[in-house]
Design a protein around this ligand. Structure first.
Ligand SMILES: [Mg+2]
Length: 221
């Protein structure tokens, strides 16, 4: 049994971590980003999409690439536009809710998305009540994970102690700074088992199953 009895702060990425990638919510978001790139660049869709992908790979998010390359956009306009998607594919998962509720201490969302998007997703999944707060991209000054600067801001804002924290993510590269800080890392999703990175401490194909199986600190509650 995986022993996480040293953890009292539980940090979760949002998209494709707290809900499965198969929901394709992020496919819808990506399409909205391409719409936005087309409008901003005036380029044909395929070229706009190529720049979108390049920005994502070079800057961590498409938004960070837009901001770094002086497109003169308002980041809040971008976030509002790209997160304006249907969440009909998301449904509450009783096993996930139970798995989150049994975790002792605090639970926080740590996302490269907007606060509004995170709130909509949590509401839709019926798990808003288990989280103390959401550290979102505006709180990070629009600097995305995996920047160590962003981890530092999240830690300062919420008084997080790395050694007592576990961070759950579907993006492997976002776990590297977490492990360097002394956090326990958990890679989530279909490809988690294939990861051989030394900074990935645990691998969870299904988040709900993992949360319900781990050993956690006993509480009086
Ligand atoms: Mg994610």
């Amino acid at each position: 049994m995986t022993d996480l009895t040293h953890i009292d702060t539980w940090l979760f990425d949002l998209d494709n971590t707290l809900y499965p990638i198969e929901s394709e919510v992020m496919t819808l978001v990506s399409g909205r980003m391409t719409d936005f790139m087309e409008r901003v660049t005036g380029l044909p869709r395929e070229e706009a999409r190529a720049i979108q992908k390049r920005y994502y790979h070079e800057h961590g998010t498409t938004l960070a690439g837009l901001m770094a390359n002086n497109h003169g956009i308002d980041p809040e306009d971008f976030l509002t536009a790209v997160h304006d998607v249907s969440l009909d594919a998301l449904t509450p998962d009783p096993a996930l809710t139970a798995g989150l509720e049994r975790l002792p201490g605090r639970r926080l969302v740590f996302t490269n998305g907007s606060a509004t998007h995170a709130e909509r997703v949590l509401d839709r999944l019926g798990i808003a009540h288990v989280f103390e707060d959401i550290f979102h991209i505006a709180a990070a000054g629009y600097i995305p994970k995996p920047s160590p600067v962003t981890f530092g801001m999240m830690i300062a804002r919420h008084g997080v102690t790395a050694a007592g924290s576990a961070f759950f993510e579907d993006s492997e590269h976002n776990l590297a700074p977490a492990a360097a800080l002394g956090m326990t890392t958990v890679l989530v999703g279909a490809h988690a088992a294939e990861s051989t990175a030394s900074f990935v401490h645990h691998r969870a194909r299904h988040l709900a199953e993992f949360l319900n199986d781990i050993r956690v600190k006993e509480t009086d509650a």
